[in-house]
Design a protein around this ligand. Sequence first.
Ligand SMILES: NC(=O)c1ccc[n+]([C@@H]2O[C@H](COP(=O)([O-])OP(=O)(O)OC[C@H]3O[C@@H](n4cnc5c(N)ncnc54)[C@H](O)[C@@H]3O)[C@@H](O)[C@H]2O)c1
Length: 331
Amino acid sequence: MTRLRVGCVGTGFIAGRHLAALASFPDVDVVAVADAVPDRADAAAARFGARGYHDGVALLESEELDAVWLCVPPFAHGPLEQAAVDRSLPFFVEKPLAHDLATAVGIAESVRARGLPTAVGYHWRHLGVVREAERVLAGSPAQLLLGYWLDATPAAPWWSDRARSGGQVLEQTTHIFDLARVLVGEVDVVHSAEAGARAGAPGRDVPVAATTVLRFSSGAVGSISCTRLLGRRHRVGVQLLADGIAVELGERSLTDHDLRVAGGDGERVVTSGQDPVADEDREFLDVLRGLVPRARVPYAEAVRTHALAWAADRSARDGEPVCMPLGGNDD
Ligand SMILES: NC(=O)c1ccc[n+]([C@@H]2O[C@H](COP(=O)([O-])OP(=O)(O)OC[C@H]3O[C@@H](n4cnc5c(N)ncnc54)[C@H](O)[C@@H]3O)[C@@H](O)[C@H]2O)c1
């Protein structure tokens, strides 16, 4: 079997998870890594026996690869994806797609025009417990969704700067907006409010809390709330209420999820130790090998979730409801 040659741009927390998974597959060679912080690039290069670059675009212009993993913070998206598109290089990219909407919409169009295979790290979609929740709700659609991301403030220096991270709604809670689309369907209107945005010093201005009311095309309603005020992760997940059924999905860590289904005949709990990061990586490699027609979450699908989270954040900033899908002048 020919081996797939892959690279990775960004060598921080989530890149470490992807690189460990990629290096564990028998048919993959991690040949190049890049990070804007030279010591990080050099350390990852030594660890994975790869060439190290201090500039991701230089990696993309120099290496002959089968695919690249883009694991950079929200503000760094755009030039890397465009360099991959220019070389017709398939890419996996971590969520969120960007710190804004315009960058993601532009890349989506370039990817579409080139017909490029892509995948995006909305890892919940790879979980068996999420598919089980879909099965349960198929016979009894959710009428109410309650989503939450109640957590500490992440330590990465870029995270607390709203201009660089996009803020908690776009950066973290986007996973919950994605689950809402998967489990309830498309959204017609969002209306949000936020707390504490003006209290922060420059560069530390992510709101301490935000909440969004959603009206789905199906007629269902929901709310998604987030806070970064806590000392540690409290609760991340979603509850779905249907006729006679309550479904709850929760995440304690990337490899620790559970599903609770409560109905007339009692409650059952399914605990998942699945590693969805390794699974999404394997799926994309199988797309490259022609074994799977397309990734579960290609760029064109992820941009819909990104637009929804962006609309929720825009609504919180402006204090006005936002109708979906968005029009053509989103900045
Ligand atoms: N799917 C998930 O559940 C999940 C979990 C964690 C992080 N993420 C996402 O992954 C992204 C990165 O998060 P992280 O926790 O790994 O952050 P991190 O800060 O630990 O790592 C990011 C790395 O990218 C490097 N970098 C920044 N700009 C660069 C550029 N232009 N070129 C090359 N390298 C650059 C930084 O120096 C840093 O080493 C974020 O968008 C985050 O939302 C997703």
